[in-house]
Design a binder for this molecule. Structure first.
Ligand code: TRP
Length: 477
């Protein structure tokens, strides 16, 4: 096992940009708004925020601390701390489950969706969305009839893309290619450099889009939708979805933050960083909602359409609004930036492991791991077309998951976000709360006994495991 020192983040700012870049992704701008839409708006939002605070932040602190203490790839950092506590080194499996099952599994379809985003940047810029309204079959209509007809056009556009596996594979490859390129260049010349340019651009574009939504959309209605509490809509499913979304959005449980922690200089405060990361991530999700919902409401469109909110509903609004081509293009560029600063963090854990364990150089590791994610991603691509009717677990009677046909895509997504994430989070909390030496964690966080450390320890040792066990069991039954 090679154990040479890794590179380190060159400044606190660089680390914060990288970590916020990882956290802010398709999860915030694509997934969060449609989940809020599906699960009843503000009720989901408030429960989500509670999970971020009481489950997300403690687990995030645990991952950064374990990563920095171990100073190695997620698998070996966990192993090192288990050994230091004279516990079973097989705990390293949680690092493995995360880096490979979670990280590469998630990257495989994350990249497919990010590929659709790239394709949509071009569509938006070419004025395709305005074309929906200009179509002769629509232009003759007004009001609801026009809206309905344009919806058919917009659905046709995205379904057309789904129907062309070659095109989807092309964009998937482009996106993985960018990801591999950045990761291969290393922490300082690759990841850090990319986020230093991309994150400020992301914030700027987001603010421009909110400004546009305020000026051109139904802003007040969106604010009410996201923030006016209505708990009558809360069900067990809402709670499960909210905790899954909190882990997903904060990039937890699949090794990312363990890996990023390993490059963290000793003098940077972990609890403050965790606070900044969680606050920024949540703020971006909410602001993205405030950029999207006003436009959707302005055209009387449905908000609870699920994943198609971004690719089907929003283009309708962009197609109709003044300046919609420009702002639509900016919106998809925003999504692409958010996606790439996250996908690099999904590849990094596996790459750091290959480098360390197999002594492979970074380029080889990155191409190898990225290649694996690309190939697995093909299963998701074909789930939308050639294999749309293929149910891989049909032979054991699983043909549906949460009401969706159990294609490869659905199954991989479900395994990663509904099994690996909650279970990984549970194991991580148990590891940090019960297995690792308490003193090691406190020392690494640089916190005095009591106060913040005490609160963290109680949350991670008791609250997280209990809540997660309840959620997992209720999710399985
Ligand atoms: N957090 C990112 C998003 O919201 C996705 C992501 C990146 C991620 N790295 C991760 C999710 C690690 C889980 C684990 O889009």
């Amino acid at each position: 096992m090679a154990s040479g020192p890794h590179e380190q983040w060159s400044s606190r700012m660089a680390f914060i940009f990288a970590a916020v870049g990882s956290a802010v992704g398709l999860g915030n701008i694509w997934r969060f708004p449609y989940m809020a839409g599906e699960y009843g708006g503000s009720a989901f939002v408030l429960i989500y925020i509670a999970f971020v605070l009481f489950i997300g932040v403690p687990v995030l602190m645990a991952e950064l601390t374990i990563g920095r203490r171990g100073g190695m790839s997620p698998i070996n950092s966990v192993k090192k701390l288990a050994k230091a506590a004279k516990k079973n080194p097989r705990w390293s499996w949680i690092g493995g489950l995360g880096s490979f099952g979670g990280g590469l599994g998630l990257l495989s379809y994350y990249s497919v969706i990010a590929g659709l985003v790239l394709a949509y940047i071009i569509k938006a810029a070419m004025g395709v969305f305005a074309g929906f309204w200009a179509d002769p079959s629509v232009a003759a209509l007004t009001g609801d009839a026009a809206n309905a007809a344009v919806r058919v056009q917009s659905a046709g556009e995205i379904n057309g893309l789904f129907g062309e596996p070659g095109v989807m594979i092309f964009w998937h490859l482009v996106f993985i290619g960018f990801t591999v390129f950045i990761v291969a260049r290393g922490i300082n010349a690759g990841l850090e450099k990319a986020v230093t340019y991309l994150m400020p651009a992301l914030f700027l574009i987001l603010l421009v889009l909110v400004g546009y939504a305020m000026a051109a959309g139904e802003f007040a209605q969106a604010v009410r939708y996201l923030f006016e509490p209505d708990f009558s809509k809360v069900t067990g499913e809402t709670v499960l979805a909210a905790v899954g979304q909190a882990f997903f959005s904060l990039s937890l449980t699949v090794g990312t933050m363990l890996a990023y922690g390993a490059y963290l200089p000793k003098n940077i405060s972990i609890h403050k960083s965790a606070g900044i990361i969680a606050a920024s991530d949540t703020a971006v999700a909410l602001i993205a909602g405030l950029a999207i919902f006003p436009l959707v409401f302005a055209y009387g469109l449905e908000v609870d359409q699920g994943p198609s909110l971004i690719f089907e509903t929003l283009p309708i609004a962009f197609g109709a609004m003044p300046g919609g081509a420009i702002f639509g293009t900016l919106f998809f560029i925003l999504l692409a930036i958010a996606a790439i600063t996250s996908s690099i963090s999904l590849l990094e854990p596996a790459v750091s492991y290959f480098e360390e364990k197999q002594g492979m150089n970074r380029w080889k590791s990155a191409i190898f791991a990225g290649g694996a994610a690309f190939v697995i991603g093909l299963l998701s691509v074909f789930s939308y077309n050639e294999w749309a009717d293929l149910m891989p677990l049909g032979f054991v009677g699983i043909t549906e998951v949460n009401g969706n046909p159990a294609t490869f895509y659905t199954l991989i997504d479900f395994t990663v976000s509904s099994i690996i994430m909650p279970v990984g989070g549970l194991l991580l909390a148990i590891f940090a709360g019960w297995v690792v030496l308490r003193e090691d964690m406190r020392d690494e966080m640089g916190l005095p006994e009591g106060g913040i450390f005490k609160i963290w320890h109680v949350l991670v040792k008791y609250v997280c495991p209990v809540v997660l066990i309840i959620i997992i069991i209720s999710g399985l039954t």
